[in-house]
Design a binder for this molecule. Structure first.
Ligand SMILES: [Mg+2]
Length: 301
């Protein structure tokens, strides 16, 4: 078990609504929809944490020759393959040197992945990597993009919720349990499932959250192309259920109207049914409205 799990209640009141009400929903059969959330860029703003650690890592391993901008990172993420920020860092380093004419095979052989991950993690978590109580890296200052009251409102409306994230379990538990005060929420993290866009982790969340809810629509809320592609693959593999991709604009994508528009278009072309400015706009009323709109759409086909 991650050591972050046991220290939560000292910092914030625990929210018990994650598990108990789900059992009650199953007993009385009132689940209206299921919401599964990505974490980075949706629950917390990682523009100045993961992304900063990524840029630091690329800068360090290119001997200060290249520091990727937010736009550079978005361009890479738009390919849909680079949800893992350690792999994304490695890729950006390789691409930088490749552009200087160096063969990729030699670059990959010369770059020790474990050393890269260690450098990244020390920037992100801090020097005491394994003790969340001492984490004082960028992770300690991530702005939260929702509050527990938002999740409580979903529970009250008969909408169970959980998380599927490419973040490490330690990092995900830090934000969910230590910072938001959630108590053992349903979470599938990096160590638990293949990376997105493979939807296995999403299926795992549903199996834990509401195993007997086959007919219930699932909303998966994410901020990247890979998140929306995950939903598209889920549709192909489990067509008996309705899957709805909800795009959320991460804060860094909202700095200019042009960039915002391009980011929205990208998420929509990857499959997003709607794109929202903030995760909390996906409230029970909005969920119901989207369900209605989609069923009207399918009736008109
Ligand atoms: Mg994300």
């Amino acid at each position: 078990m991650d050591s972050g799990l046991t220290i939560v209640s000292r910092f914030r009141p625990r929210v018990d609504s994650a598990r108990m009400p789900i059992c009650r929903f199953l007993e009385v059969g009132v689940i209206t929809a299921i919401a599964v959330f990505d974490i980075d860029g949706v629950i917390r703003d990682v523009g100045n944490s993961y992304r900063r650690a990524l840029a630091d890592t690329v800068e360090h391993f290119t001997q200060n020759a290249y520091r990727p901008s937010q736009v550079d990172i978005d361009r890479l993420k738009a390919e849909g393959l680079w949800n893992n920020d350690w792999e994304a860092s490695q890729e950006m380093i390789c691409r930088y040197f490749e552009a200087q004419g160096k063969p990729r095979a030699i670059l990959e052989a010369g770059l020790d992945y474990a050393t890269l991950v260690d450098f990244f993690q020390r920037r992100y978590r801090g020097e005491d990597l394994d003790n969340p109580d001492h984490w004082n890296g960028y992770i300690a200052h991530e702005p939260l993009l929702l509050q527990p009251t938002y999740l409580e409102a979903l529970t009250k409306a008969g909408i169970p919720w959980g998380f599927f994230s490419g973040a490490t379990r330690g990092s995900a538990c830090f934000v969910l349990e230590k910072r938001l005060g959630l108590r053992s929420p349903v979470l599938v993290a990096m160590e638990d499932a293949p990376g997105k866009p493979d939807p296995s982790g999403l299926f795992q969340v549903l199996d834990q959250l509401a195993p007997a809810s086959l007919g219930t629509p699932v909303f998966y809320v994410g901020d990247t192309v890979a998140d929306m592609q995950t939903v598209e693959r889920a549709k192909l593999l489990r067509p008996e259920r309705q899957w709805i991709g909800v795009g959320v604009l991460p804060p860094h994508a909202q700095h200019s109207p042009e960039y915002r528009e391009a980011y929205v278009a990208q998420l929509k072309s990857a499959g997003a049914a709607i794109v929202l400015d903030n995760v909390t706009h996906l409230n029970p009323e909005q969920i119901q409205a989207v369900q209605k709109a989609l069923s009207a759409e399918s009736t008109n086909l």
